[in-house]
Design a protein around this ligand. Structure first.
Ligand code: FES
Length: 110
């Protein structure tokens, strides 16, 4: 699978500041709205749009390795994006010497 990698942060410490004591926060990368999530000392990037009815996940919570939408409380696995027969798009984070990169399937935005 061809990936497009976009640098979005300097370090994991800068992500921690972005979260500001919360477990998730909206973040824009390359003009696209995502949700940055920290759970069990690991960071995740998911699309900030619930696959159920399209709600923003800004006020979602993490429970048992899932991001739980505040609207109807469907949960989506942070590793796979699967939940309730739907799929929440998720994006890998790669640490490189010059910073952190988010990976997007090459045509996922088009
Ligand atoms: S809009 Fe997210 S669970 Fe319904």
């Amino acid at each position: 699978m061809k990936m497009r990698w976009i640098r979005f942060a300097d370090t994991y410490e800068s992500l921690q500041q972005e979260l500001n004591q919360r477990s998730c926060a909206p973040i824009v990368i390359d003009g696209h709205g995502l949700l940055l999530v920290k759970h069990a000392d690991k960071y995740y990037l998911v699309k900030n749009k619930c696959p159920h009815q399209g709600a923003k996940l800004n006020h979602a919570v993490c429970e048992d390795g899932k991001i739980v939408c505040p609207w109807h409380r469907y949960g989506f696995d942070l590793e796979t994006g699967r939940g309730a027969g739907m799929h929440l798009e998720n994006y890998p984070i790669e640490a490189r010497e010059d910073g952190l990169y988010a990976g997007f399937e090459y045509f996922s935005w088009f």
